[in-house]
Design a protein around this ligand. Sequence first.
Ligand SMILES: [Zn+2]
Length: 516
Amino acid sequence: MTTDTLVPFGAALERYEPVIGLETHVELGTRTKMFCGCTTTFGAEPNSQVCPVCLGLPGSLPVVNRMAIDYTIRIGLALNCTIAEWCRFARKNYFYPDMPKNFQISQYDEPLCTDGYLDVTLDRDGHGGSDAGGPQAEGGSIRTVRVGIERVHLEEDTGKSLHVGGATGRIHGAEYSLVDYNRAGIPLVEIVTKPITGTGADAPVAARLYVTELRDLLRSLGVSDVRMEEGSLRCDVNTSLAPRGASQWGTRTETKNVNSLRSVERAVHFEIERQAAVLDAGGRVIQETRHFHEDTGTTTSGRSKEEAQDYRYFPEPDLVPVAPPREWVEQIRASLPEAPAKVRARLRTEWNVSALEMEAIVNAGALELVQQTVAAGASAADARKWWLGELSRRAHDTGTELTALPITPAQVARISALVAAGTLNDKLARQVIDAVLDGEGSPDEIVEARNLAVVSDDGALTAAVDEAIAAHPDVVARIRAGKVAAADVLLGAVMKATRGQADAARVHELILERLS
Ligand SMILES: [Zn+2]
């Protein structure tokens, strides 16, 4: 499908400097839509959450959702933006079947929030998952990139088209199309960065980490469920290249609706390699939107990019201007939670973990789980061990999110406590975890029902030790000859005979006592 020639990533970076930019759309988690009272539940029966306003029927009039303004100010403040004292909505005119009014109510030259920033920490020692591996691995250095935020504005989402009968799900080749207007009119915030320069070979990683940091921030604010896979967080990725030392930036392309963090990185990576080949051949990069293909990691040409004038923006005549009182803005500012970056820094100290270890926790999606497990009484080391080890493996094997595993942080803390008390060893603890995941009950119920506790009772252990001694006369001879390490063979036999439930340290002592 794609016939683009590519320049290897490292070679492209030797000759060209990438500039990236991100436009992120976030569906707000308000109960009702932006300009009407329709509910916003995801996955409802098509066209069951609609009314004359969000269907754009003649004579209907929009009313602004106050909570959506509150959420947008919240986002703007968390991104260190200036909040407008007065701003208006604008009509963005274009024709598309999933937009029933034939215009979208958006914001144009008067966005609600402007001129902020988000700090993004790059500490991936150059390997950030990019499979080509850039040339500039900087040996684990940590570097903060301040990403400028151009604007945060509020608009309404469109409906959703479903193209039926074709092979690709796109409109070309489809027999017919269906439209679902449930999503039409859901409040949508668009967050636009300023051009991000100077990241060099880290540009793909920087793009991914910016979206990651932004997602975590939005989640902490409680303004959206930020699920990329459900489309409540969507990303357009702009990439351009300029010859090193050039005074002007190159022409950018906009890769639309990239829907996973990894894809954000791959899209930038691919565009750098593709655009370098175009420029090397003496060609011009065309300003256009492009589609990203998950299966191949490539982008293909979409449509040439509209200019702002194509949309014939004008102030929305059906809505009064938005003029948030300063006291309200300050109230919202005072209610902001601790930013995720600050939470991570604090927890790193409390848990005594390195930056890389913290990154592993965050990347596993385990930060809150570890936090809650510690809050339930486990040590940070134990909480990390179980969530990043055994439980991450289970999640991976069953293809679920860590948070979706049917085990609670309190249960993990209880299992840790049972291990710390010597009631369980790690092997038995893993059996208890299995049983909890299988729905057999709480850790204590399972230990009781399956009689899983470590056996440290000398009476029971001595019998097992004597059996092992009787069964291995050769080993006994070696131990008696001074080869104490051979006791491990007997220990293994006892552990096997007791199905892993023997107190290993006590068994070891008993073996040496019996043979002394
Ligand atoms: Zn409605």
